[in-house]
Design a binder for this molecule. Structure first.
Ligand SMILES: Cc1cc2nc3c(=O)[nH]c(=O)nc-3n(C[C@H](O)[C@H](O)[C@H](O)COP(=O)(O)OP(=O)(O)OC[C@H]3O[C@@H](n4cnc5c(N)ncnc54)[C@H](O)[C@@H]3O)c2cc1C
Ligand code: SF4
Length: 576
């Protein structure tokens, strides 16, 4: 029987008071902590008589080491990091300045170069980075200020005091597969905080609790997502310049799905211009439940243009992560009584540019300014923290996202309609046919097998698992091996399925168990079981999970909840 993870009841937990708890040490959380430290230091030197302490400010990060769960493209728009650290170029790990861009439309065998790069994909002035290394660098700066970063600690529950968010409970450690305490059991801490800041990245688990509890998304469009499946390759020198940026649209996706690929060149550790970051982002609003985003990347690499670039090279890392695509109208309120939401957790991502790092950093800075005001006034009520909402709305975050507020919704009816709407939106400052285009949640686009051609029709090449030739293309388990994923094996499943009967009786028949296809890490398997009405039963390999959150997002019955596993477990995204 499957046992699912939940905080152990009836144990005494260590209680810790805190001023500010930031959940998630990605670019948003780290920028927030650093800006808060800067403001406190400036205050303390100007007001020797009324010192503020940084001792009770904590960042919780579920990864064993800072940055280990951070995966991105990545191109950095330096706008916000320059505001945070004006001389960042001196010591930030920047792999290369962008020197060249191109955008292609791919068909199965050919490529067509866009005569000019669309304005939102112009990247001169941006840097190729590894987000993993960048966040490590930022995290070291946070730790140098005296703020404590607790690595290997996940926020597992929010603590409430009436309608106020009053703190965070961290994960219990040492719980076995059956949910019993082991000899090394350590209960999670209750951190009672004046201000709780959620910076958990896309589909944050505490953010989801908060949004559900207060029905925060009721006036927003449903958030929609894409999942980016990425590989890092070492190729023979000279194939791609460090700082060269290529975007592609089209093949292997058809005109019915939303998505595209990136290819970025970087120098590599030996400065031979031989490292390629490439990946394919598939919108999680496709119709065919048999579609497999990891296979989409494998198909993409077989395009002659990409295969030639990678020929003779070696895949060195693999990973996957979701990203929020919904844009401005899908952002819920981002502040309330005792809480603020930042970065991807809020939905601050510009999907037209495939960029969110600069917005995550900026939102972190604005939240820090608001938290600082709350500490000075000793008031973290909604009245004070709603200052963050106002700061976002009068900052360049809104200015940038407003121009693309309807972009993704324009593609709800496929690529041709999407291109028409995009062109119109570009002329009208993002408006298009109306100020706010509606949207459906991505999983609502998924069709039952009975409504689809049995052979997959135009999508046939995207369906089912990739076999892999072991050189250019890989099956999921081979790819997964390169993600360095590790978890404590003896713990309850952190993929919480609220009703496994639905998997075994309904989903298997109606949708053909799409979890087996959309999960990029082979976590979900339907195994033979003669006692079940359809002869199959859901089985889980939670230790494989790369924390991409796709299952929580794309499951058509919405019965899967991703909760953090025991802190420290997960992928190892060195260099990603
Ligand atoms: C495939 C892909 C390619 C991308 N390419 C680009 C690009 O080229 N340029 C760009 O600007 N943007 C890009 N983005 C988007 C960008 O990576 C994100 O917008 C950015 O990382 C968001 O930062 P964040 O701090 O909000 O979240 P994240 O980077 O996701 O960081 C969140 C952190 O919180 C931790 N965490 C989560 N939940 C908990 C919890 N409950 N307790 C403790 N810790 C927790 C995570 O381990 C992680 O370290 C890309 C995204 C993807 C997926
Ligand atoms: S189990 Fe869910 S979160 Fe984990 S890798 Fe699979 S789809 Fe992603």
């Amino acid at each position: 029987m499957l046992i699912f993870r939940k905080p152990i009841e009836g144990v005494e937990r260590p209680q810790m008071p805190a001023d500010v708890v930031i959940v998630g040490g990605g670019p948003a959380g780290m920028a927030c902590a650093l800006r808060l430290a800067q403001l406190i230091d400036a205050h303390n030197s100007a007001h020797p008589g009324s010192q503020l302490s940084k001792e009770n400010i904590y960042v919780l990060e579920k990864a064993r080491e800072i940055g280990q769960h951070c995966l991105s493209g990545a191109l950095l728009d330096p706008r916000s990091i320059r505001e945070l650290l004006p001389d960042f170029e001196k010591d930030a790990p920047l792999d290369a300045k962008v020197v060249k861009e191109a955008v292609y439309f791919l068909t199965e065998k050919s490529k067509f170069k866009f005569p000019t790069t669309p304005p939102f994909l112009r990247d001169h002035g941006n840097y190729v980075i590894s987000l993993n290394r960048f966040v490590k660098w930022l995290g070291a700066k946070v730790e140098a200020t005296g703020i404590t970063v607790f690595t290997g600690f996940a926020g597992s529950e929010l603590l409430f005091d009436g309608d106020r968010v009053a703190g965070v409970r961290t994960d219990d450690k040492g719980v076995d597969k059956e949910g019993h305490q082991k000899s090394n059991f350590e209960p999670g801490y209750d951190l009672h905080a004046k201000v709780v800041i959620l910076a958990e990245g896309p589909r944050g688990s505490l953010t989801k609790q908060l949004i559900q509890k207060f029905d925060l998304a009721k006036n927003a469009n449903p958030q929609t997502y894409g999942v980016g499946v990425k590989e890092l390759w070492e190729v023979p020198s000279g194939r791609i310049a460090a700082g060269e940026v290529i975007y592609t649209l089209g093949w292997p996706l058809t005109t019915h799905e939303y998505g595209g690929a990136w290819i970025y060149g970087s120098p590599g550790s030996s400065s031979k211009d031989n490292v390629v970051s490439l990946g394919y982002v598939t919108g999680l609003d496709y119709a065919d439940p048999r579609l497999d985003p990891q296979r989409v990347l494998q198909d993409f690499k077989q395009h002659p243009f990409v295969a030639k670039l990678l020929e003779g090279g070696k895949m060195i890392r693999y990973g996957a992560k979701s990203m929020p695509y919904g844009g401005w109208w899908a952002i819920p309120p981002v502040a309330g009584n005792g809480w603020m939401i930042l970065g991807d957790s809020a939905g601050f991502l510009n999907s037209a540019r495939l960029k969110g790092i600069h917005l995550a950093i900026k939102s972190g800075m604005l939240a820090a300014e608001t938290a600082f005001e709350a500490l000075i006034k000793d008031d973290s009520s909604a009245a004070t923290l709603s200052g963050f909402q106002k700061k976002v709305e009068s900052s360049w975050i809104k200015e940038e996202l407003w121009k693309v507020r309807n972009l993704h919704q324009g593609f709800e009816h496929g690529m041709y309609a999407g291109m028409f709407h995009t062109a119109l939106q570009m002329i009208t400052g993002g408006r298009g046919l109306r100020n706010r285009y509606p949207a459906k949640a991505g999983y609502e686009h998924m069709r039952k097998l009975a409504e689809l051609p049995a052979d997959g029709g135009a999508e046939a090449h995207l369906l089912g698992p990739a076999k892999g030739d072991g050189k250019l293309t890989f099956d999921k388990l081979t790819d997964l091996y390169h993600s360095g994923t590790k978890h404590e094996e003896d713990q309850p499943s952190h993929l919480v399925i609220h009703d496994t009967n639905i998997c075994n009786t309904k989903c298997v028949k109606e949708f053909g168990s799409p979890c087996q296809n959309f999960c990029p890490a082979n976590v979900y398997e339907m195994v033979e079981d003669a006692t079940q009405p359809n002869g199959k039963r859901i089985s889980l390999n939670p230790s494989n999970c790369v924390h991409c959150k796709t299952c929580d997002i794309a499951d058509p019955y919405q019965i899967i909840t991703w909760v953090p596993p025991e802190g420290g477990g997960g992928p190892n995204y060195d260099g990603m």
